[in-house]
Design a protein around this ligand. Structure first.
Ligand code: NFS
Ligand code: SF4
Length: 633
């Protein structure tokens, strides 16, 4: 691509893209150019290939061209069906991740590789799920709780247990709309069934069903993913780290952890500290083993261990281009298949570990959870032994990196809030201080800024510009996923960034000792954000939709993000998208998502490709919500 300025906010990205060019290595930017403009039908969501009478592409313009597919499906039907299937796929991805973690908890034992790190959290959950704990071994409790969680995926009767955590008015809305999800897998299967050829054609019904499935993600799969990971690996507390490709070390063995499930990355962290392997690293001439995280598994290990952040989604190829990565270790989700040809140009080993995500040309070393540490050590050993193969003339590590504070679980946030509580008058351990500053208007509101990178936008631009604008206007930002990594790289998750905040937020940051942008973890950890919002709403005696809170995905790209957007909206929080979803071919679906869903859930979607305009829309909406909140008293 000739104009690399377009590509990224970060000059360093540009240097690496130039390096790729000089070395004749193809990157996503080259492929984006080859791809030219995206297919107009696909972009608008009006292409259907659900049955073999098609594919049918109908016209997104009324009265012009084919108005119906061969079976008679309209643009509205086709768009809504495709959208619902995106929700089902996203829900499946988050939830299958959660299922793995629940299985790991079922495997946990006192002397095993997987142990219980947060007993208190396990006991709280056991109580919530009415599991008897008295006189029982903690591991017996863990296994019982894990089994209940595993049943949430396929239980024949009832609705999901975590829905009970929602504010009362929210539960009533879900009941009235009949969108309380039943078993997680069932909701996914129902969407796949209802979108089969010749089933639901009514767009509203499909959007409605999509909300129920998405809620099975947010209040099911994702919440199980977060809760169980905390119990097994520890609930995050604030800690310091660094972010960006400058965290790679020339004299060390660099292992890039990429993917999602902490069951693998936690074991790699343990293996990298194994004295024998550290010794081996020295023997091959390295000064040590340097782990660096990317995408959500990077978020998981930085939240719990302070593992440095190499970068986000957009930088997976760039990391390899540095020539110093001995191994890229991946499990599932958001992994470019192009890592095979690109690692082939360097000495880097590309190691896949999950039978769910085998990638052509990669070295597959299957991760065995029953022998987790042993498996992880084998993988780390491969990386160490590869150090000798580095091509010295291909090494270039950009200097850029930023200091970041990470680790803001809900528990950690509440603990920070306790700093301002007068314990003579008020109880500790509540969201009261947060509710107070929002009510008083010291903070105008809060925004959850989440999601991916997308080459349709300049790398990280949307994330950073929206964050800066919001914090300058006294809106506190919580962030997860690749957005959190963008924030970390830009220095916005450091306490020092408070200087960029408005006076109100600045004062809160100082008093509570937090940065203006709080890193809350991986994408499944959006369940933490939902929990924090719901706890605040409950404390104030209102519903989520009454709070001046917004959800934002400036650069989203994945089906998981579509599931998230829908559960956030169905939970009563407005969702702002900086990339248009493939729904614009249906005026009916656009009207439903950006207008009519508000009557049902109290929240809706806002879409604009201009991030700054999007931020302005958020500020307006936040002030509107504040006015209504005042009326509620
Ligand atoms: Ni989220 Fe994590 Fe990043 Fe997007 Fe992918 S890593 S689960 S989907 S790209 S934020
Ligand atoms: Fe065409 Fe209908 Fe088949 Fe879709 S389901 S491919 S619109 S005939």
């Amino acid at each position: 691509m000739s104009d690399t300025k377009m590509v990224s906010l970060d000059a360093m990205d540009e240097q690496l893209i130039q390096k790729a060019k000089q070395e004749g290595v193809e990157t996503m930017w080259d492929r984006k150019v080859t791809m030219k403009a995206p297919c107009g039908f696909g972009e608008k969501g009006v292409c259907c290939r659900i049955c073999a009478m098609g594919p049918c592409r109908v016209s997104p313009v009324e009265g012009k061209g084919a108005q119906r597919g061969i079976c008679g499906a309209t643009a509205d039907t086709i768009v809504a069906r495709n959208f619902a299937r995106m929700i089902a796929a996203g829900t499946a991805a988050h939830s299958d991740h959660a299922r793995e973690i629940a299985h790991v908890m079922h495997l946990a034992s006192k002397d095993g590789n997987y142990t219980i790190k947060d007993e208190k959290k396990l006991l709280r959950l056991a109580e919530e799920w009415e599991v008897k704990t008295e006189g029982k071994d903690i591991y017996d409790i863990a296994h019982e709780v894990a089994e209940i969680a595993l049943n949430e995926f396929g239980k024949p009767f009832g609705t999901l247990r975590f829905l009970e955590r929602a504010p009362e008015p929210r539960k009533k809305i879900w009941e009235k709309l009949k969108i309380k999800p039943r078993a997680i897998d069932r909701e996914i299967a129902t969407i796949m069934h209802s979108t089969h050829m010749g089933c639901t054609s009514d767009a509203e019904s499909l959007i409605h069903m999509g909300m129920r499935t998405a809620l099975a993600d947010g209040w099911g799969g994702s919440m199980i993913g977060t809760e169980f990971s905390d119990i097994l690996f520890g609930t995050p507390v604030p800690r310091e780290t660094e972010a960006n490709l400058g965290v790679l070390e020339e004299k060390q063995i660099n292992i890039l952890l990429h993917g999602h499930e902490p069951s693998l990355s936690e074991m790699i962290v343990m293996a990298s500290q194994d004295p024998e392997l550290v010794k081996l690293a020295h023997e091959v001439g390295a000064e040590g083993i340097n782990l660096a995280g990317m995408c959500c598994t990077g978020n998981e290990v930085t939240m719990r261990h302070g593992v440095k952040i190499a970068g986000n989604f957009y930088q997976q190829e760039l990391a390899v281009l540095t020539g110093v990565v001995e191994a890229v270790i991946v499990d599932v989700q958001c992994i470019f298949p192009s890592l095979t040809p690109i690692t082939d140009c360097y000495h880097t080993k590309f190691i896949t570990t999950s039978p769910k995500a085998k990638i052509t040309g990669a070295t597959h070393i299957e991760f065995n959870e029953e022998k987790a540490l042993e498996s992880a050590k084998g993988i780390v050993r491969e990386a160490i032994e590869n150090f000798k193969n580095r091509k010295q003339d291909k090494i270039f590590i950009p200097k850029t990196k930023a200091q970041a504070t990470v680790g803001y679980s809900v528990e950690a946030v509440i603990k920070q809030l306790d700093r301002v509580v007068n314990s003579q008058i008020d109880p500790l351990g509540t969201v009261k201080p947060l509710a107070d500053v929002i009510k008083a208007g010291v903070l105008r509101g809060a925004a959850g800024i989440v999601g991916c990178n997308n080459p349709k936008t300049q790398h990280d631009y949307g994330h950073i510009e929206v964050m800066k604008k919001l914090i300058a206007n006294d809106v506190i930002v919580v962030t997860t996923g690749c957005a959190a990594q963008a924030a970390a790289k830009a220095g916005l998750t450091s306490k020092d960034a408070a200087k960029l905040a408005g006076k109100g937020l600045q004062a809160v940051c100082e008093l509570v000792d937090i940065p203006p942008v709080l890193h809350m973890g991986s994408c499944v950890d959006i369940s933490r954000i939902i929990t924090l919002v719901s706890e605040t709403a409950k404390f104030m005696g209102v519903d989520n939709c009454d709070l001046p809170v917004v959800g934002v995905a400036p650069e989203w790209m994945s089906e998981k993000a579509v599931a998230i957007g829908n559960y956030v909206m169905a939970s009563g929080i407005d969702v702002f998208l900086g990339v248009l979803p493939p729904v614009t071919g249906s005026p009916e679906v656009v009207d439903l998502l950006t207008n009519r869903v508000e009557e049902m859930t109290g929240a809706k979607f806002f879409m604009d490709e201009d991030s700054l305009k999007l931020a302005d829309m958020m500020l307006v909406r936040i002030e509107e919500k504040r006015k209504n909140l005042e009326k509620l008293g």
